[in-house]
Design a protein. Structure first.
Length: 427
């Protein structure tokens, strides 16, 4: 026992001596890291508090015949504010971050409303983009439907349910997009948003259904992983560069150099090897139709502008009548973009109001509260999906008149041309 005590005492003395030797380096380093984290939170909060947000309602006429391709151009315009990387000075001293927009749909008592929540400095730009594609719509600044509800939910009167949706696979895999729903004959054309609109049309009394799509412009670095995936599928090896060595050629192989005293090296030209492009063609020819579809899908996705995206859904109703029967329409809405060999949406489980173990009911209520708060303040969770403009236009666009069966609130006709102050952009 005395031996163990002595060894422990020696160990503690060694630890103490080591700490005395390095504490003056470790403690300031930890303090600096903590300070920088708090400083960044402070300057970012200050920057975001200075941003003025506006909520625009987009009222749609009855005769919308344009496909989601038009909405794709609007999302392309929303990518315009991208900074191509925040400068370090602006990040650390001004708290600057990439600003985002929120494309929203709210259903209540059988009606559906389309909204765009954005920083005020982007209003003219986005109005011009929308009018250029949909000249017949009306865009007005609207009362905030979220502000009409209590600041804290759920409460004793109102219950809520919801979750965030994220991609089930790597970001470079695409979901099923609107070209797959289109047909040359108008009567046979499918509208991917019709199921969601139908679910909102069935809402009664004080039922409400909200969908929020937060989009933050991003660059192209994420697409590099997609390029690697395509090369892996096609069996193309990445070139590895060697650096720091002396690279030169004597015009002969090592074997020829060793046998040169006994046999003159052959001067015949070497047989040409197959080029990388030839290997690529051979691999493509050997690929199955599914592999070809996957590679083309990845290449198509990473070739377009993209956003870091949070997709959030909420259902609200009074506690005494809360059933959630219409939630299945939202589940079905996201389910239709599923492709087994590419990508799909799935529930982000940490946001789903379920729990196990002790205090189960309390945990569920806290999750509901956190989800509602995230919707109110447009909170972006760390785990986001990357969707390109084609994918975003698939899940958020104005319903096509030929397939719309909901009680979507529409305007009977245009009351006039877009405001003269709104700049126009080319299609």
């Amino acid at each position: 026992m005395d031996f163990v005590s002595s060894q422990l005492q020696i160990f503690l003395q060694s630890v103490g001596a080591a700490w005395n030797a390095v504490w003056w380096i470790v403690v300031p380093a930890i303090a600096l890291v903590v300070f920088l984290d708090f400083w960044l939170i402070y300057v970012r909060s200050k920057f975001l508090k200075a941003v003025t947000w506006q909520l625009l309602e987009i009222k749609i006429p009855k005769n919308v015949l344009k496909t989601p391709k038009a909405m794709e151009q609007i999302f392309a315009a929303a990518h315009t504010p991208y900074s191509f990387g925040i400068k370090k000075f602006n990040k650390w001293f001004k708290g600057q971050v990439e600003l985002w927009m929120s494309f929203e749909i709210m259903g209540r008592a059988g009606e559906s409303h389309f909204y765009l929540r954005l920083p005020s400095q982007f209003r003219n730009m986005m109005e011009a983009a929308i009018y250029s594609q949909y000249p017949e719509v009306e865009i007005t600044e609207a009362e905030d439907y979220v502000a009409e509800m209590p600041q804290t939910l759920p409460n004793k009167d109102i219950q809520i349910f919801g979750y965030d949706q994220i991609l089930g696979k790597e970001n470079y895999y695409p979901i099923l997009t609107y070209p797959a729903f289109e047909a040359n004959v108008e009567e046979q054309r499918l509208d991917s948003i019709a199921l969601l609109m139908e679910g909102m049309a069935k809402l009664k009394d004080e039922e409400q259904m909200w969908m929020q799509i937060l989009v933050t412009p991003t660059g192209t670095d994420w697409g590099k992983e997609g390029e690697k995936a395509v090369n892996k599928i096609l069996g193309i090896e990445e070139k590895k560069t060697t650096g720091g060595g002396l690279n030169f050629s004597l015009g002969v192989t090592l074997g020829e150099a060793l046998t040169a005293p006994f046999q003159h090296p052959s001067m015949e030209p070497a047989k040409p090897q197959k080029s990388e492009s030839q290997n690529l063609n051979l691999k493509a020819l050997a690929a199955t139709p599914i592999m070809k579809e996957v590679t083309e899908g990845i290449q198509r996705k990473i070739s377009k502008l993209a956003f870091e995206t949070t997709v959030r859904f909420l259902y609200l109703d009074r506690r005494e009548s809360f059933k959630g029967d219409n939630i299945n329409s939202v589940t079905g809405f996201f389910r239709q973009f599923y492709t087994q060999h590419m990508n799909f949406f799935r529930v982000n489980l940490p946001t789903l109001p379920i729990a196990k173990g002790f205090f189960k009911k309390t945990k569920i209520e806290l999750k509901r509260h956190a989800l509602y708060t995230a919707y109110r303040i447009m909170r972006r969770l760390p785990k986001q999906s990357i969707l390109n403009i084609e994918e975003l236009a698939t899940i958020y666009h104005f319903p096509i008149a030929a397939v719309t069966t909901t009680e979507l609130e529409k305007i009977a006709s245009r009351k006039g041309s877009p405001p003269a102050s709104v700049p126009t952009i080319e299609d």
